[in-house]
Unconditional design. Structure first.
Ligand code: PMP
Length: 367
């Protein structure tokens, strides 16, 4: 049988595995930071209506620049981010993964490098690899915060073209203080200057505010966002960025023409009409996230401070074995490969109860 390595694949892909959170069919799935609530029925109706309209024009290519959608996304950011943005500041793509890919195709690539402070979102490194960008694994402190002097040293030493800052961070859950982001931006400008990408996929769940206001006067800063988490629309595949208009012009040099289908644009516009309802679920999930933190600590686990819709908990002598014992009780959590720690996404109150029962038993077993 022919295997990947029998094909003339690029050297840097040899022996590598694709991104793959297990998609197992178990009663309680709390492993991919999805929103557990299905879309409300009136929104489902509205999506069907807008998609029906869009279907009549499917013989034509969609709006290549997604102007209406970007205008509505800019309005959402302006309303929630305490910083005025227009269509010229916003770009959208199929999930923030594609946004990040376009950014690395534009600002990274062969002969260039990108740094992230790990553990962090593993796709940053994988997209770097896919775009031929050299990846530099930057440091994080023992408590999973960014160790600023060490991070500044790493930037000065490697002079990366792109700096990733994920806040709230995945998989650890903690947010990066704005002063740290500003200091890293300054360090990155002094070193090269480089582009700084703040990945705010989970910011709607944060105790603090979005870093959008930092965009003022900083043309090398990009904030990336997604409808996969707070909007409960992971299946839609809609991510977006906010930045200086020059960045929006630059990513258009690499985007595929008509990359956002008319169906995607219509669906996202329908979801944005229901922003208030969807953000109501965010409040429920934040309360459940806080409950998970409190109860996990009461059971005797260590928990990293969380500003996201998930919680990192430990410590386990063997986190993979613990992951399996939780799975044996019908609850799927995530082993992100951070030694000693696992991650659980906030689900519905019932799902979270099932999870807490499972980890209570696992804790008892280990005593
Ligand atoms: N950034 C971070 C930090 C994430 O955790 C995720 C999803 N797990 C993404 C980006 C990508 O999300 P999407 O492509 O669904 O927008």
């Amino acid at each position: 049988m022919t295997g990947i390595d029998d094909l003339p694949v690029r050297d840097e892909l040899r022996g590598k595995s694709p991104y793959g959170a297990p998609q197992l069919d178990v009663p309680v799935r709390l492993n991919t930071n999805e929103n557990p609530y299905p879309l409300p029925e009136p929104l489902v109706e509205r999506i069907a209506e807008r998609v029906r309209e869009a279907a009549r024009d499917l013989n034509r290519y969609p709006d290549r620049d997604a102007v209406q959608l970007r205008t509505e996304l800019a309005a959402y950011l302006t309303n929630t981010g305490k910083y005025p943005l227009g269509v010229e500041n916003v770009w959208a793509a199929n999930g923030s993964n594609e946004v990040i890919q376009q950014l690395l195709q534009t600002f990274g690539g062969p002969g260039r490098s990108a740094i992230g402070f790990e553990p962090s979102y593993s796709m940053h490194a994988l997209i770097a690899r896919g775009t031929g960008t050299r990846w530099i694994s930057g440091p994080r402190g023992e408590d999973f915060t960014i160790d600023l002097p060490a991070a500044e040293r790493a930037i000065a030493e490697h002079r990366p073209d792109v700096v990733f800052i994920t806040t709230p961070n995945n998989p650890t859950g903690n947010a990066v203080p704005p002063e740290t982001v500003l200091a890293l931006y300054e360090a990155a400008q002094a070193a090269r200057p480089s582009m700084v990408i703040v990945d705010e996929a989970y910011v709607e769940f944060s105790h603090g505010a979005s870093l959008l206001p930092l965009l003022a006067g900083r043309p090398h800063l990009v904030v990336s966002r997604t409808m996969s988490k707070a909007f409960g629309a992971a299946g839609l595949r809609l991510g977006y960025l906010a930045a200086d208009p020059a960045v929006v012009d630059a990513v258009q040099l690499v985007r595929l023409p008509y990359h956002l289908s008319a169906i995607t644009q219509a669906t996202a516009l329908a979801a944005l009409e229901h922003t208030d309802t969807l953000l109501g679920y965010v409040e429920q999930l934040k309360a459940e996230r806080d409950r998970l933190v409190t109860e996990l600590r009461a059971i005797g686990y260590e928990v990293t401070e969380s500003d996201a819709n998930f919680v990192q908990f430990g410590r386990f002598p063997d986190s993979h074995a613990a992951w399996q014992r939780i799975l044996d009780r019908g609850v799927l959590v995530r082993d992100n490969g951070v030694p000693g720690w696992l991650r659980v996404s906030a689900g519905t109150p019932e799902e979270n109860d099932a999870f807490l029962d499972a980890v209570r038993e696992v804790k008892k077993e280990s005593e």
